[in-house]
Design a binder for this molecule. Structure first.
Ligand code: HEC
Length: 375
């Protein structure tokens, strides 16, 4: 084999060095020679084409010539030429979707390419598009990146949602979603959409596993609610929504909107700028799925056997202050405290949609969508 390679190499050198300064008319001849060289070395396993500069140049010329043809992808895969990743990256973020998917596939095979993908995923402008392309590709490597995105709480909802949708497209991705949900690393606000997508899986085992680890909310009559992406397509009545928000829905007991309401949960005056319809529905239907740091719910057991539940406003050596769901601050002297436990349930009640009904829920979301940043 070594000898074989040596003879070939000498042969190439002859081929390649003879016409050192080519007149333009000889370009076609050079292309032919390059093609022969490439075809020959493609067949030699383990031959390092980079070890011979003349051969390496022939390979690079041939790759450049084949750009835009199926041959290009084949050659890049075979020779993994240095520096090709920047060219592939341009195609990855370009308008041609098929070229983007092919480029993603190649980039994922190269160390430098995976670094490029990581950089793009860190760019707020590019991340979403790249996530969608990886979702279309759907192979193991792409799904690995999608799993990372789906478990990254620092990313905006739309990116994680795109990663979840991408994973749900392939069997391998579906399994990964089930695993992430089982180990509870899937970020809470994508739990409903993940469950909704997997409930449509062709695979009965996946559907069953999803029903277990990604339970979906039901209506008051325990009929299933439409899946979250379907709910997000429905439109409601803003005025009816505001009325419910302030009244029967009890939302204003905990949320301030434009100076109206009580200050237990976050101020929702600009929530329409922050959350998508789907994320808002999730916030109401699965409040415990994504409790933010500032709103962790605590239970304090007192000497008298009373349990006081709410947000921990402060804790000193002398006392702990808990704000209850009625927006009342309860001061409990430290000597009266038996235990303080962090709850994994939100202080925001579950099943508020049982009070509002399905259309009421849609109306409230319609109302919240109008709560936008002013000016
Ligand atoms: C008992 C208090 C309470 C009630 C009642 C309540 N919420 Fe909440 N809500 C919270 C808290 C606390 C949070 C913060 C995160 C968490 O714990 O889920 C929250 C979070 C939210 C969020 C997400 C906010 C964000 O910035 O991401 C939305 C949207 C929301 N609530 C809407 C509603 C609506 C609509 C209703 C009425 C149907 C309602 N809430 C009723 C306490 C409440």
């Amino acid at each position: 084999m070594k000898l074989h390679a040596l003879i070939l190499t000498v042969g190439f050198l002859y081929l390649l060095t003879a016409p050192s300064s080519l007149p333009a008319a000889d370009n076609a001849a050079q292309a032919r020679r390059d093609a022969i060289v490439v075809r020959a070395i493609e067949r030699i396993d383990g031959y390092d084409y980079r070890s011979d500069p003349a051969v390496a140049e022939a390979v690079m010329r041939q790759i450049r010539r084949s750009e835009g043809t199926p041959e290009f992808m084949k050659l890049v895969k075979r020779f993994k030429p240095d520096g090709i990743e920047s060219q592939l990256t341009v195609a990855l973020v370009g308008d041609d979707r098929s070229a983007a998917v092919e480029s993603a596939e190649l980039l994922l095979e190269l160390d430098a390419g995976r670094r490029e993908i990581r950089n793009l995923l860190a760019s707020p402008d590019q991340a979403r598009g790249v996530i969608e392309t990886l979702g279309l590709l759907g192979n193991g490597r792409a799904n690995h990146f999608l799993s990372e995105v789906a478990t990254d709480a620092e990313r905006p909802y739309d990116q994680r949602r795109a990663a979840v949708a991408g994973l749900a497209r392939t069997k391998d991705g579906e399994k990964r979603l089930i695993d992430l949900a089982t180990e509870k690393t899937l970020v809470g606000d994508t739990v409903l959409i993940a469950g909704a997508l997997l409930a449509r899986s062709k695979d009965g085992g996946i559907r069953k596993a999803a029903a277990n680890v990604l339970p979906q909310p039901a209506q008051k009559d325990s009929q299933p609610l439409p899946p979250i992406d379907e709910l997000a397509k429905m439109t409601g009545d803003v005025a009816a929504g505001e009325k419910l928000f302030r009244g029967a829905g009890t939302c204003a007991n905990c949320h301030i909107v434009n100076d109206y309401g009580k200050d237990v949960g976050p101020n929702l005056s600009e929530i329409g700028t922050k959350l998508s319809r789907e994320a808002m529905l999730t916030a109401v239907l699965a409040p415990s799925a994504g409790i933010s740091h500032n709103y962790e719910n605590f239970s304090v057991l007192t000497e008298e056997g009373q349990v006081i539940t709410g947000l921990k406003i402060s804790q000193t050596d002398d006392e702990v202050v808990i704000r209850t769901a009625d927006a009342i601050n309860r001061k409990i002297p430290s000597e009266d405290v038996v235990t303080i436990k962090k709850s994994d349930k939100s202080i925001m009640p579950e099943n508020l949609h049982h009070i509002t009904g399905r259309q009421g829920l849609i109306d409230i979301v319609e109302y919240m969508m109008t709560l936008k940043k002013k000016g």
